[in-house]
Design a protein around this ligand. Sequence first.
Ligand code: M6R
Length: 615
Amino acid sequence: MCGIVGYVGSQSALDVVVAGLKRLEYRGYDSAGVAVLADGGMAAAKKAGKLANLEKELVERPLPAGSTGIGHTRWATHGGPTDANAHPHLDNAGRVAVVHNGIIENFAALRAELAGRGHTLTSETDTEVVAHLLAEEFSACADLAEAMRLVCRRLEGAFTLVAAHADEPDVVVGARRNSPLVVGVGEGEAFLASDVAAFIAHTRSAIELGQDQVVELRRDGVNVTGFDGAPAGTRSYHVDWDASAAEKGGYDYFMLKEIAEQPKAVADTLLGRVDADGSLTLDEVRIPPGVLREVDKVVVVACGTAFHAGLIAKYAIEHWTRVPCEVELASEFRYRDPILDARTLVIAISQSGETMDTLMALRHAREQGARVLAVCNTNGSTIPRESDAVLYTHAGPEVAVASTKAFLTQLVACYLVALYLGQVRGTKWGDEIQAVVRDLSRISDEVERVLETMEPVRELARSLASKDTVLFLGRHVGYPVALEGALKLKELAYMHAEGFAAGELKHGPIALIEEDVPVVVVVPSPRGRSVLHDKIVSNIQEIRARGARTIVIAEEGDGAVVPYADHLIRIPATPVLLQPLVATVPLQVFACELATARGNEVDQPRNLAKSVTVE
Ligand code: M6R
C-alpha cells in the first residue's frame, strides 16, 4: 500500500521521482505527490486521483529544478483521496516534507499535542504529524537523520517514512518499521523506494533495510543506523532482473503480459532445484533435514490468491508426506490462538513478501517456537527475511494487482516443498519424486498450449459482459481453482462471483442457479480419481437441469462432459494434483477479458493495491 520514492544525485529529481512513481503506481493510486528541494526552499505538488493528474498539474504549474526529491502514490487509509490528504505533507513553515506508507496508530495523541503547541494541521491523515514533529526536532538538532530517529522512537504502528528538509538540500532520510523500504546505490546518486522497480532503470545495486532502521542518503553514499543511533549492519544485493521486466513490453496491460509470461515463470521456478542424481536440493531451505523429519503438522498461512495456492498445496503435502496440513487465512490465524510448537512447520506464501497479515501470522508462529518457511517472489522482502528459510519463486516482477504468474509459481514451489518433505522423511522414493518433477517440467509447455487456445474464452467473456453473477465449481484441487477464478472476476470485473466445492451445492448454493446464470465448472481428470470426475459430471447435470449456462473446463479427450457443456474449454491432461497449473489459466484470461469488456481498469482495479502492508 502506497509507493514511496526518494532521490539524491545530479539528475532532475522530479524526473527520477515521477518515473519511479509510475513503476510503483500498482501499490496505490488514490492520489500522488512530489516535493523537490530547489533554490534554498521546498517545492511540492500533489493531486487526488492517478499519477496522470499530478503529471498534468506539473505541466501546468512546473516546479523549479532540483536534484533532491521525494514522491508518493497513495492507497488511502486515514482521510479520503483528496488533494489535501495526498502526500507529501509539509510542516507549517514549508521547510520539511514527508511521505509515508503504513499507519501511525498514536497519531491522534500526537496531533492533539502538536495542536497544543500551536501547530496547524490541515489534512485528515496520520502522516502529517510526522512533518511537524520532524520540524520541531530538526530545529533543535539541525540533523534530519537524527530528527527522524527521535521522531520514530515516538511513533507506534507500521511505517515507512521518507523525508527531506530545505536546510539539508543534499540529503534524503528514510525510516522503516514493518513496512518495506529498499535503498538503491548508483554512481554519485542514491535512491529510496518501496520496491526496487522504482530505481531499476538507474541501478541494480540494492541494500536491504532492517526493522527499525533509519537511512541517510547522500550522493556519495548511505549511512544506516537503528532508531537508537547505533550503526546498523546491512545486506547488499544485486537485482537479477532489468528495467524491461517491469515494462508492459507491447501488451495493453501488465496482466496480459504476466499471463503470457507464465510458461517461463513456471520453468524458471523449477530451474536448478534437482541435482544430477535426481534428488531435490532446495539450497535456500536452511531447515536441517532432522528438524523436517520431526515435523508433525504443517500450517500454511497466506492471503488472497496466495491462500488459494496454499489450499492446493495441502492436497500435495498430505498426499506425498502423510503429514497433516492446515491452511489458514493469515488475517485470522493468530487471533484464534493456534496450536503450534517446535514440531510445526509453517509455510508463509506471499508474492510481495510484505503482506502485513502474513507477516504478523509468521511472527506469531515463530514466537510459539514453530519453524517458518517462506514461499516468496520478492528477494530481500520482509517475510523471507523474518522466516527460518525461504524458497523463492522466479516469476519476475508482478505489477498487475491481480496475481497470475505468481500464483502458478507458488504452486510449483509448494509442490517442490511437498516433494522435498517426502524426500527427507522417506515417504516418497527417489524415482517417484523424479516422476513428479518430470511431470512438472512438462507443465511449462502445457501452459503455453493453453495460452494458444484462448480466443474462444475471450469471446465467451465478452458475451457475458452484461451478466451480474458468475459462479465457479470445482472438486478436490479444482475447488481452490474455482475460488481463484471467482476472486479474479470479483477484483477485475466487479461482478458477483463465488466459488464452491461442487459437492456442497446441494447444501444451499444450488438455490442461486436460475435461467442462464453462467457457471464455470473445473472438471477433474477422468483418469486417476474417476470417482471425482463422475460426481462432478452429475453436478453439471444438476445445475443444467435448473437452467445454468455451463462453462466446462475439462481435459482433452474427456468425452463424458460434452453433452452437458454449453461452452467447453479444453486443457491438456496432467496428473490430478498438477491440474491447477493449467486449469487456472483460462480463468485468468476470462476475468481479464471480462474486465476489459466492462471498461474496467485491468491493472489497477478500484479500491485495491498490489501490496497490502496494513492489517
Ligand atoms: O503479496 P501477497 O502474495 O502476500 O498478496 C496476497 C494477496 O493480497 C494477493 O494475492 C491478492 O489477493 C491478489 N490481488 C489477488 O489477485
